[in-house]
Design a binder for this molecule. Structure first.
Ligand code: ADP
Ligand code: MG
Length: 262
């Protein structure tokens, strides 16, 4: 049932949205609300439409049916998946971060802008790397640079595609900590992840996606054998450990092995 009006505190509300690229729909009849303080993880198998869902929220994709509404004046920032980035682009870390500032009055950065970039890089623990070429960073550092870049836009909503893929365990832990901190400061976050045990299990709200929203709920509700089976199309075993769900390695419908924790 369409309600027509999004919930009051919604930053983004997607209502019965269907979207496809050229062939059939990759997202079908999706209804989802991103609340003002959201810290939401999107989980689902490869090709289930996670990146496309972020693109709907970012408004770089427009549904053929249904609607996406954003709070008026909403500022959204996007952190792309590292694999999709052209690392040969000849810029330094601080230059790359500065490029986030669109519509600048001057073609060169002001003293204030430089100071703000330095502050953001410092906060993310990569201040010392400001003059490095972006190619010379580790996965975790690259990811931090993109977050710095996103933060410079002072977003109310931060969208991140697979932020912990290609990042080591320590960086992953630091990343989750940083995101929780940003969220506590009022930045709503939606991220996609393959990592059920290492990332998804730690988030307050999860969306199980497979072409449509299979379920929305807490980590305990979503990381359950029945929801995961409906989402991944294969039986999955879930244990409880210290009150947290733990998924055992599993196989999808195509027989492809997934490691529950990357
Ligand atoms: P996920 O992020 O969950 O892996 P995607 O949203 O990237 O899923 O992709 C969903 C489906 O849409 C896949 O079948 C994929 O091949 C297709 N797709 C994604 N991007 C494009 C594109 N730019 N053009 C055509 N098809 C695409
Ligand atoms: Mg993707």
């Amino acid at each position: 049932m369409s309600t027509g009006t999004p919930p009051r505190d919604a930053l983004v509300h997607i209502e019965q949205a269907t979207f496809g690229y050229d062939a059939g729909p990759v997202l079908d009849n999706v209804t989802l609300t991103v609340g003002a303080r959201a810290f939401m993880g999107v989980v689902g198998p490869s090709g289930s439409g996670k990146t496309t869902l972020l693109r709907l929220m970012l408004r770089t994709a427009t549904p053929q049916r249904g609607t996406v509404t954003g709070r008026p004046g909403l500022s959204v920032a996007y952190v792309p998946q590292l694999e999709t980035v052209n690392w040969n682009f000849p810029v330094t870390v601080s230059e790359c971060v500065l490029m986030a500032r669109s519509g600048r009055a001057l073609p060169w950065p002001s003293r204030q802008e430089r100071a703000e970039v330095a502050r953001v890089l410092e906060r993310l623990g990569i201040g010392a790397l400001a003059r490095r070429h972006i190619r010379e960073l580790s996965g975790g550092q690259q990811q931090r640079m993109f977050i710095a870049r996103a933060l410079l836009r002072r977003p109310q909503l931060l969208l991140m595609d697979e932020p912990t893929t290609g990042v080591d365990v320590t960086s992953r832990h630091d990343m989750l900590h940083l995101l929780a901190e940003l969220n506590a400061e009022g930045v709503a976050i939606v991220l996609t992840t393959h990592d059920l045990n290492g990332v998804a299990a730690h988030l307050p709200e999860l969306v199980a996606l497979h072409r449509t929203v299979v379920a929305v709920g807490t980590a305990r509700e979503i990381i359950s054998a029945s929801v995961l089976e409906r989402t991944f199309g294969a039986p999955m075993e879930v244990l409880q450990h210290l009150g947290m769900p733990v998924v055992l390695d599993h196989f999808d419908a195509a027989g492809q092995r997934h490691q529950a924790s990357a």
